[in-house]
Ligand binder design. Structure first.
Ligand code: NZQ
Ligand code: ZN
Length: 392
């Protein structure tokens, strides 16, 4: 196991009606004037926004609102949020919604206290300072409620990039599983797929002897595989929603990723798809993951055999371990289709003629790029093109 430091101080309030505590949590973490940041309106329609506002009013905390965050959040609204926060002397940013609203809130929080262009953070500058952030989560998916990360799309060129830093960890996150019951099945499935990707991309490590985190990841995957069909069948299954919501947080706050190298190849290759075609991140991952795994499996067949037998229950073929490894990837693929996820490029609206451009942006598109993607394996632009072709 590799050396590591791990500090994840987010305060979680989990359970039915937990959003009524939002005001007191903002107060606890020093907020006096809040920007409430949200998406395209689901929180207005569900009445959640009104309940959050009432809980702030109860604590005499003033607030302003900025809605309109799109899935795959854009830089334009971040700039608008930064100006607003400065003009109104905001000292706390509260995201009400999913990963997109949270990531946009994080970018605003960092940009407000930074002299330069907030996009610098999305070109590799670590985030060391930001206004305090709180979240009221409405979808189990991105894990941004507990992560030190944010992903934004720059409209100029439609480039989607991530930024990281401890200042991005929310001070608190309110997780009420009942709030996720209004999600359409497709969005629920996209979220489940994202959670599975966050687990796989930690599982695919080059570090030896990491049995504790291997077992944590396997346990979370098994729980998700068990609970997912229940929520697709019955969106109001509170307990299944609750299990998935907590698994989504655990999958991405890095408690099961410490002390080991991680992959993130599928995420990088997918981000180009959601940037260019505006598909849902989870749907993009459902198509990307099996292709990446088929392509990179030969790097360490044992890793894929382990997940195939321990998680997917595949029979071990001692003569031909590759067959067991492949069976595990096929089982993942079947599972994703069974919950309603797309299987190929065209189902995402993606086009074969864009492959070279997609692979080029993926390998060369950011300031510090050196033409490769490094994770479980090192891939060149040609490799990435081959992977996109496997998705056709
Ligand atoms: O915008 P509204 O109207 O709220 O509708 C949203 C949106 O259309 C809807 N929705 C959310 N909760 C709902 C609901 N509809 C009905 N009832 C509810 N309870 O669902 C749609 C998707 O929302 P979004 O916030 O985009 O979903 P998600 O949480 O999957 O976030 C995706 C973004 O997170 C990034 C992705 O790249 C993508 O941009 N990621 C962020 C990460 C991080 N910060 O750590 C890591 C992830 O790997 C991921 O890359
Ligand atoms: Zn993700």
């Amino acid at each position: 196991m590799d050396n590591f430091d791990f500090y994840a101080p987010t305060y979680f309030s989990f359970g039915k009606d937990s959003e009524v505590k939002t005001g007191s949590l903002v107060k606890r973490f020093g907020g006096t004037k809040v920007l409430i940041h949200y998406g395209g309106g689901s929180v207005v329609r569900s009445g959640l926004l009104d309940r959050v506002k009432a809980s702030l009013e109860k604590e005499s905390i003033s607030y302003i609102e900025l809605g309109g965050v799109k899935p795959n959040p854009r830089s334009g609204l971040v700039y608008e949020g930064i100006s607003l926060c400065r003009k109104e002397n905001i000292d706390f940013v509260l995201a009400v919604g999913g990963g997109s609203a949270i990531d946009s809130a994080k970018a605003i929080a960092a940009g407000t206290v930074y002299d330069g262009d907030f996009w610098d953070f999305y070109e590799g500058k670590p985030v060391t300072e930001a206004l305090p952030i709180g979240t009221v989560l409405t979808i189990a998916a991105a894990g941004s409620e507990g992560s030190p990360d944010s992903v934004i799309t720059k409209e100029d060129g439609m480039i989607k990039r991530g930024a990281s830093g401890e200042a991005y960890r929310p001070k608190f996150s309110v997780l009420n599983p009942a709030l996720t019951q209004t999600l359409p099945p497709y969005q629920t499935a996209c979220g489940i797929t994202d959670i599975i990707a966050h687990l796989y991309e930690r599982y695919l490590t080059n570090t030896k002897n990491v049995e504790t985190t291997d077992r944590m990841i396997e346990a979370l995957m098994l729980a998700i595989i068990n609970e997912a069909p229940k929520v697709i069948e019955n969106p109001n299954d509170y307990d299944a929603r609750a299990n998935i919501m907590w698994a989504g947080m655990m999958a991405h706050n890095n408690s099961c990723g410490v002390g080991r190298t991680q992959d993130w190849t599928s995420h990088k290759i997918e981000h180009e798809l959601s940037a260019l075609y505006d598909c849902a991140h989870g749907a993009g991952l459902a198509v990307t993951m099996p292709a990446v795994f088929r392509y990179t499996m030969g790097h360490d067949v044992t890793r894929f055999v382990k997940v195939a037998s321990r998680v997917w229950g595949c029979r071990m073929d001692f003569e031909n371990p590759e067959l067991t490894a492949k069976a595990g990837i096929e089982a993942l693929s079947r599972f994703l289709v069974s919950i309603g996820m797309p299987e190929n490029f065209s189902a995402l609206g993606a086009k074969e003629e864009d492959i070279e451009k997609l692979a080029h942006t993926c390998c060369w598109g950011s300031e510090n790029a050196d033409g490769t993607i490094k994770g479980f394996t090192v891939l060149t632009q040609k490799d990435v093109e081959e992977i996109y072709r496997l998705m056709l």
